[in-house]
Design a protein around this ligand. Structure first.
Ligand code: CP
Length: 317
């Protein structure tokens, strides 16, 4: 695997899960693989879990790790071609990317949707520029439309906790005061569609995701109905995806918050969220603190997903 940006890059999920199990049980078995190899992690946006778990994954593999926060200490980057650079942006990304590539062997990139232009976001312009111009393998640490390391960790967690061969997994929209990208729900849907489960998306009218991500999921506009018999409840907010109101918050209906009463409708479901989460907007205190909450083991599995992906990239060098 050279680049990792979506579920198709990892190969058959059963094999990926088996590789992840090996990595989890033997975290230091491949230290020689990363010796004298440098991982560069480039952040255009904030992060806690991705930053720490991916760094830990690189260190477990024996790599040297460099972290660059573009917005803190680097030159302000111009990302559009053809712009007369007479403003506050001192460097063009088309020079910065190959320079970054010259200092490392593998690059991870975090670059969220900007919500200024849907086409620009959905074309993954920043991530694809890194793939095209860095000369290095590139993996996504959350891009505009997908967060594959998160989804892989989510899948590993579901595999570890599932009690039936084909669990019912419900991804439910939940309210949030600010506009959040569709990367996590898009990606989770993409991975669940590739996995053997009964996958349902619960959302208010107007919050439909792009068909390529919805895939074969059943879309349900009645959250209570969707939650009936669920084995896993995956809560997430996302802003409107439709062209007309792209990136807008059209609904903050608190009746969609995942509460104890909502969880009572399920098959004693596990609660999942990628974090960070706004308590008592997305999920009530008692649900996230309950024994059924998997948010901490789910976050811990981010090391496993990142290490499994990095290992595959190192094997391809
Ligand atoms: N879930 C996740 O990606 O968390 P961070 O934004 O803190 O990295």
């Amino acid at each position: 695997m050279r680049n990792f940006t979506n579920v198709n890059d990892i190969g058959p999920l059963s094999e990926a899960l088996s590789k992840a199990r090996f990595v989890k049980e033997n975290p230091f078995a491949d230290q020689a693989l990363g010796k004298n190899k440098t991982l560069l992690m480039v952040f255009f946006n904030s992060s806690l879990r991705t930053r720490l778990s991916t760094q830990k994954a690189g260190l477990n593999l024996g790599m040297n790790v460099i972290v660059l926060d573009i917005n803190q200490g680097a030159w302000k980057l111009e990302t559009e071609r053809g712009v007369i650079m007479d403003g506050d942006k001192s460097e063009h990304i088309l020079e910065a990317i190959p320079v970054m590539g010259s200092y490392c062997d593998v690059i991870g990139v975090r670059s969220f949707a900007r919500f200024e232009n849907k086409r620009y976001d959905y074309d993954e312009v920043i991530l694809n520029q890194f793939i095209q111009y860095s000369g290095r393998p590139v993996f996504s640490m959350e891009a505009a439309t997908r967060h594959p390391l998160q989804s892989f960790a989510d899948l590993i967690t579901i595999e570890e906790y599932k009690k039936s061969r084909r669990p019912k997994v419900v991804m439910t929209w939940a309210p949030h005061p600010k506009a959040l990208p569709q990367a996590v729900p898009n990606s989770f849907a993409e991975w669940m569609n590739a996995y053997d489960c009964d996958f349902v998306i619960a959302q208010p009218e107007g919050y439909e995701l792009e068909p390529q991500f919805v895939g074969n999921a059943r879309v349900e506009y009645d959250q209570n109905k969707a939650l009936e018999g669920a084995d896993f409840v995956y809560a997430k907010n996302w802003a409107v995806c439709a062209d007309a109101n792209y990136g807008k918050v059209m609904n903050t209906d608190r009746s969609w918050t995942v509460t104890k009463e909502k969880m009572a409708l399920t098959n004693n479901a596990f609660f999942m969220h990628c974090l960070p989460v706004r308590r008592n907007m997305i999920v009530s205190d008692d649900v996230i603190e309950s024994p059924q909450s998997l948010v901490i083991p789910e976050a811990a599995n981010r090391v496993v997903s990142a290490q499994t992906v990095l290992k595959e990239i190192l094997l391809s060098l």
